[in-house]
Structures are given as structure tokens and as C-alpha cells.
Design a protein around this ligand. Structure first.
Ligand code: ATP
Length: 453
């Protein structure tokens, strides 16, 4: 595995700590590890897939369920190759690269220092660099048995185009009216050259995108609305506000389709980086698809009595990148009885396991009672039963994977049907009646605030 870049001097999670926690506890494994691993591809283990699904559900709920004018879509990864000509990806979706003639390494010029670039010197070995050339990031494959130019298709580099080409279908088959949005979560693929930093930048990743179609005169208003809304989303996921900020794209940074673009950035252990982009894509995409397909994708607004091509405000977030954000943000260390404790301060809605249930000892019917409690909570919460080892160790194991609540069944429980409910962050323990557990946990989830925030 490549070395992880970490230049932030603090007590927070270093990338190495996170990577090893993710591996050790089954969040993220390197792809094809038994064969030595595949660069920049990662697999989500039992806890990782739970975390990822919970983030995805939170996004889907925030975008579709909590808005009455956003509908969902799940488009195919493979699309007609003309889509990518119309979108501008065949022509423009490129990174400028140079090769080293000595060590054969390849670098993105936009990520190199001026000095090395001007001297045409390799950052790795000091060897001579080639002239820059444009390298397209789309993965190509062939549809059907014949590998010819005519059978080339691409793995989509963004999910957005699946939405634009279905714009008319959605307008005609659901009751949406401009302004309205289409939301989609799915895989995207980019042949990235620099894939450092774990799951931050990978060749295969997942996006959560929403395209909001508006009247051209209202683009600025809706842009501001979505900018604010999306920032709030990360705060609601429990991400610390002090680690979030906006970054506006300058003229040199703007994508070929964008009129205005803001990134929401997070302060990762390796610095401030993009987490989500909010873009005013104007009518660029619909217009291009009209030109290339010859189909009319304009919209007839019967309230305004006007036909127009809507502008699009896009919110484009990385699901897998949000997994990294949430993990990096949640990681904390403190001290318990003179020992270091690693704890993931995950929002309870995101934690892969919500409640750990532990009998103090296995004998004297405590295991049976704990098992009963665990089964009764399963319907509503994701639970985990653990009877192995000292109770302190069992707490520690759950703290490390972010389980917000622990229930301990002891001898007193048999007498008065109360248990200890332990809170991960404060380690506070309270005595609760077994019947009152669901409501106590529900309330604690609802009222959750990260300590010190
Ligand atoms: P970057 O500048 O980081 O390459 P971008 O500006 O090309 O990103 P967009 O095309 O705006 O990114 O994609 C929207 C979101 O998709 C990004 O904010 C990010 O969260 C996610 N994303 C993009 N590329 C990758 C990748 N290679 N790996 C993981 N997530 C990605």
C-alpha cells in the first residue's frame, strides 16, 4: 500500500491510523488484497457498507423525502457514446500530464510546483520530463463481441448525464413542474492518475447527485438556496462546522459547463479538499443534448405561458468521499483509567451498530436475559451482542467502531428489570428500566449533539 500523506500536526486521526482502523475493524479493505492489492480500488467491509448505506439513506431522505419537488432516478452506467460527445467529456475531460523519461512516473502538471515544471524536472527522481499532453480520464470498453471503434462505450465519469437525457421522460411521466429536481446515487469511474489518500480519490467511486431544473431568470436564487442547504446537510450528519468551508472556483478552475461553482471543502488530515461541488451548469447540458440528439428537450411552462430550456443547479457529492470525511471527523482519542481509548464519535444515525448488548457475566441467566433484550431491540435498532472478555474491553471494542449506546445486564437486572445504559461519548452510565430502553435510545438519537460543538 502506498504511503499516506499527512502533514497536519495535531492529535486527530492521521491517515495511517484511519486506514489501519478501517482494515482492522472491517470498514474498508484494499481491493484484491490477496493478490497484492489493486491501486486505488477499495472494498467496503461489514461495518463500512453499513456506514456507506446510512450516509446514502440520509442524503436520499434529505433530498427526496424532505422536498416535495425532487424525484429519484437510477440510470445505467453504460450510455450511448454520443452522450459523452454532447456533454463535452470526450473533448474536455482531460488532465494535463507529463512523463519522466527516466523513472517512467507520470504526473499531473496542475499538481506540480511551477519550479519543477519550468525546469522540466521529475519530482521523484530529478529526471527529464516530457512535454505536457492531455490525458482523457474516461474508461473505455466495448459493447458486444467485436472490439472496434464503432463498439466503444464509456464507463460514466459522472452520474449527471443519466439525469439530463431522462429529463423529458421524467417531465412526461411524473407530475413535476419547474422548478424541480432529479436525484441519483450511483457509481462513477475516472482513470485518475494520482490516487493517494485512501478512499479520497479512487478510480471507481460513488456519487450522490441532484440536478435542479429552474427558469433561467431564477438561477441565482436557487444556487444560493442549494449552497446553504448542502452545507447544512454535513452539519446535520454531525461533521464539525469548523472543518467545513466554501471555496469559490476562480475563472481558471471553472469546468467547461459552469457559470458559477462553489465547493464545500473539508479539512482532511492532508489539508482542505473538495467534498461536494455546487454548480450552475446553465442550459449547457440540455442544449448540447438537443443539438446532438436532434430531440426537443425544452420545457413548456403553462403557468408562465412560456417555452424555455431550463437552467440546471447541480449538487454533486461523493458518497465514498463522505465516508472518509465522516470517519476522519469522528475519530478521537482520549484516556480511560490511564489507557488510551480510540473512539469514533459518529452521529448515532450513521453508526453501523446503534446498540451493543452485554451480559456482565455469561452465567446465572444473565446471558439469556441480555439475549432477550437484544432480540427485542433488533426490530428498530441495529444491535450487536457480545459476551466475550472483560466488560471494559467490550466497551472499548464498540467505542472504536462508533457504537453510541451500550446496555449491560447485571445481577440487579434479574431482580428489578433495570440495566445500565452507557453513552459512548461521555461514558456516562444511567440505570434504565428494560421497557423504557427503546424510548430512551430514540430520544438520545434525536437529541444527539457532539460534545463540545
Ligand atoms: P476533484 O477536483 O477532486 O478531482 P472534481 O471537481 O473533478 O473533483 P466533480 O466532478 O465536481 O469533482 O465531482 C463531484 C464530487 O464527486 C466531488 O466533490 C467528489 O466528492 C466526488 N469525486 C470526484 N472524483 C472522485 C474520485 N476520483 N474519487 C472519489 N470521489 C470523487
Amino acid at each position: 500500500m502506498e504511503d499516506i500523506v499527512n502533514d497536519r500536526p495535531s492529535t486527530d486521526a492521521s491517515m495511517n491510523t484511519l486506514v489501519s482502523l478501517c482494515k482492522r475493524r472491517g470498514f474498508v479493505y484494499q481491493s484484491s488484497e490477496v493478490y497484492g492489492g489493486l491501486t486505488s480500488a477499495w472494498d467496503y467491509g461489514p461495518l463500512g457498507v453499513e456506514l456507506k448505506n446510512r450516509i446514502q439513506r440520509a442524503w436520499w431522505r434529505a433530498m427526496t423525502q424532505l422536498h416535495d419537488n425532487i424525484v429519484g432516478l437510477d440510470a445505467a452506467i453504460l450510455m450511448h457514446p454520443r452522450v459523452w460527445e454532447a456533454s463535452g467529456h470526450v473533448e474536455n475531460f482531460t488532465d494535463p500530464l507529463v512523463d519522466c523519461r527516466t523513472c517512467r512516473n507520470r504526473f499531473r502538471t496542475d499538481q506540480m510546483s511551477e519550479e519543477l515544471l519550468n525546469a522540466r524536472k521529475c519530482p521523484e527522481c530529478g529526471g527529464e520530463l516530457t512535454d505536457p499532453r492531455q490525458f482523457n480520464l474516461m474508461f473505455k470498453t466495448h459493447l458486444g463481441p467485436v472490439e472496434s471503434d464503432a463498439s466503444v462505450v464509456y464507463l460514466r465519469p459522472e452520474t449527471a448525464q443519466g439525469i439530463y437525457v431522462n429529463f423529458k421522460n421524467v417531465v412526461q411521466t411524473s407530475r413535476v413542474k419547474v422548478p424541480f429536481g432529479i436525484a441519483q446515487v450511483g457509481k462513477a469511474f475516472r482513470n485518475e492518475i494520482t490516487t493517494k489518500n485512501f478512499i479520497f480519490r479512487t478510480c471507481e467511486f460513488e456519487q450522490m447527485e441532484m440536478q435542479f431544473f429552474v427558469h433561467p431568470s431564477e438561477d441565482e436564487k436557487w444556487f444560493e438556496y442549494w449552497k446553504a442547504e448542502r452545507f447544512e446537510f454535513y452539519k446535520r450528519l454531525g461533521v464539525r462546522q469548523s472543518r467545513l468551508r466554501f471555496h469559490q472556483h476562480g475563472p481558471g478552475e471553472l469546468a467547461h459547463y459552469a457559470k458559477v461553482a462553489f465547493d464545500i471543502q473539508y479539512e482532511f488530515p492532508f489539508g482542505w479538499k473538495e467534498l461536494e461541488g455546487i454548480h450552475n451548469r446553465t442550459d449547457y447540458d440540455l442544449r448540447r443534448h438537443m443539438e446532438f440528439s436532434g430531440k426537443d428537450l425544452s420545457y413548456l411552462d403553462d403557468v408562465r405561458g412560456e417555452r424555455f430550456t431550463p437552467f440546471v443547479i447541480e449538487t454533486s457529492a461523493g458518497l465514498t468521499r463522505t465516508v472518509l470525511t465522516v470517519l476522519a471527523d469522528a475519530y478521537d482519542e482520549d484516556e480511560v483509567e490511564g489507557e488510551k481509548r480510540s473512539v469514533l464519535r459518529l452521529h448515532p444515525e450513521l453508526a453501523p451498530i446503534t446498540v451493543g448488548v452485554f451480559p456482565l457475566v455469561k452465567k446465572d441467566g444473565l446471558a439469556e436475559l441480555a439475549g432477550e433484550i437484544e432480540r427485542s431491540l433488533r426490530e428498530e435498532f441495529s444491535t450487536f451482542y457480545d459476551q466475550g472478555g472483560a466488560i471494559g474491553r467490550r466497551y472499548r471494542r464498540q467505542d472504536e467502531v462508533g457504537t453510541p449506546f451500550g446496555i449491560t445486564v447485571d445481577y440487579q437486572s434479574k431482580e428489578d428489570r433495570t440495566v445500565t445504559l452507557r453513552f459512548r461519548d461521555s461514558m456516562e452510565q444511567v440505570r434504565v428500566k428494560i421497557e423504557e430502553l427503546p424510548e430512551r435510545i430514540r430520544r438520545a438519537i434525536r437529541e444527539y449533539r457532539r460534545m463540545g460543538e
